[in-house]
Design a protein around this ligand. Structure first.
Ligand code: SF4
Ligand code: SF4
Length: 467
């Protein structure tokens, strides 16, 4: 996205970066080991679009040798924030944290394009703040999907006449439910199935029930309800009491990735307030991106100059909150002995596994979900070729950088086709992040590939012989 730059502050660029605590940028020794893991570098072949190049640019801003101008900002905006470079880096450079701080400074001190201002106003600062608006939007999308227009656009001559980005967005449409999951279960304590006497005796499941909170997100709260319902079902089957706080909000990940740290801080405060004081053993997420954001809320407050906000944050127990946030697959993998006692289908199936960037590179969760899925009777899990490669979704990247996103998705789709050719009986591909799910599903649909795309918990719940 191109940007008209105009300084709005009296502080110099160097002072802005010094205030934001960028010292960790010195960890980069410019070895270049991250380069081959960077999707934008592989696509564009330009050092400025590599992790090392972007770190050079950020360091130039931090040292006052560069200014906030388009040649510096554009490569930073083209970054997916996928954090594959963090996994590859032997020096422990916290690339994601540095990039997100830099984007915060850029947003607050430069003039954005009209397209970006509209997106921020209506989407990030409007829609995602209001559950009522999200429900209305979900209904509108549901009616639009049922109208047949998306298929008319993608399956007829219209696909050639209309802008390609718009045609592709038809494939991206989520399955909207028209209702809010958190409002449906608002603050009730949903007992484990065994405690309800539904599927056996509680004492056979575990001696002491765990109480967990479920994070429902923004778009996920009103769409793809099979994911939340399956999560709830599996948690209750392993003897958990589940609470879905009605006053929780969007996690703020999309805001942080695009530099809007102020709105993200507002969401962080709401979420910590919503989940605290409910005596929870864990806060469960089924979105890799949301989980990574919830676990890293402290990044947002380290560079806040509002002391009151810092004080409130420390009073409500930041660390306590972050430590409890656990991805559903990581959580279930700790109870594989209990899961083994449940009645699973034994039908043979081959499932392809994709590792979402924010599960693998940000949360460092990779092996346990694979073990969990491989433990299902009859299931053979095959890790996708280049499973760790970004799909190009990256929050709203596929809306603001459609060309590059599409090129990165093509590579993912090619990997899927290769893995499918080696495993022609595979029925399903699973991925544990909603953004990746929409993006990969769009790639599958637009290429007429015969595979289902599901969240792993939906696949697991499907194989349960009880509800
Ligand atoms: S976050 Fe991803 S796209 Fe950005 S520099 Fe790192 S590897 Fe490249
Ligand atoms: S980010 Fe890490 S891997 Fe990449 S150049 Fe710097 S030190 Fe090397």
């Amino acid at each position: 996205m191109s940007i008209n730059v105009s300084q709005k502050t009296v502080l110099s660029t160097k002072e802005l970066f010094r205030q934001a605590d960028f010292d960790n940028i010195l960890k980069c020794v410019h070895c270049g080991l991250c380069l081959d893991n960077c999707p934008t570098y592989r696509e564009l072949g330009d050092e400025k679009d590599s992790p090392r190049g972007r770190l050079y640019l950020m360091r130039g801003l931090w040292e006052g040798e560069l200014e906030l101008e388009a040649e510096v900002i554009d490569p930073l905006n083209r970054c997916l924030d996928c954090r594959a470079c963090e996994t590859a880096c032997p020096s422990g450079v916290p690339y994601g944290e540095l990039l997100e701080k830099a984007r915060g400074i850029i947003l607050e001190n430069t003039q954005q394009s009209l397209k970006e201002r509209i997106l921020r106003l209506f989407l990030l600062r409007g829609l995602f703040r209001s559950t009522n608006l999200l429900i209305i939007a979900s209904w509108i999308m549901k009616i639009y999907a049922a109208s047949g227009f998306p298929k008319l656009i993608t399956n007829t001559f219209m696909a050639k006449l209309l802008p390609q980005a718009f045609v592709f967005q038809q494939y991206l449409l989520p399955k909207c439910s028209g209702e809010s999951f958190k409002r449906k279960h608002a603050d009730q304590i949903l007992p484990s199935f065994s405690a309800e006497g539904k599927h056996g005796d509680a004492s056979q499941i575990r001696e002491e029930n765990l109480r967990v909170g479920m994070f429902s997100g923004c778009i996920m709260d009103v769409s793809e309800n099979a994911i939340h319902n399956s999560t709830l079902t599996l948690l209750r089957h392993i003897g958990c009491e589940v609470v879905v706080p009605s006053n929780q909000s969007c996690c703020g990940a999309l805001h942080v990735h695009s530099g809007d740290r102020k709105t993200a801080r507002e969401f962080a405060m709401k979420n910590i307030t919503a989940f605290n004081n409910r005596h929870l053993d864990a806060i469960i997420t089924n979105s890799a991106g949301c989980g990574a954001q919830l676990q890293e809320y402290h990044h947002l407050f380290m560079d806040s100059d509002d002391q009151t906000q810092k004080d409130v944050w420390s009073a409500v127990g930041l660390q306590n909150f972050e430590n409890k946030v656990t991805d559903i697959l990581e959580f279930l993998s700790a109870y594989m002995d209990l899961l083994a006692n449940l009645p699973w289908s034994k039908d043979e199936d081959i499932v392809l596994y994709d590792s979402p960037c924010h599960l693998m590179h940000a949360q460092k969760v990779d092996e346990n979900p694979r073990k969990l899925l491989n433990s299902l009777p009859g299931v053979k899990l095959v890790v996708l070729n280049e499973s760790n490669w970004c799909c190009g979704s990256a929050g709203i990247y596929n809306l603001v950088q459609p060309g590059l996103s599409s090129a990165i998705l093509n590579r993912k789709t090619e990997s899927i086709c290769q893995t499918l050719a080696e495993n022609p009986k595979a029925s399903t591909i699973v991925t544990a992040n909603p953004g990746c799910l929409y993006q990969i599903r769009a790639g599958i649909r637009s290429n007429n590939i015969n595979l289902r795309v599901l969240h792993p918990v939906v696949y697991m719940a499907e194989r349960l012989m009880v509800n």
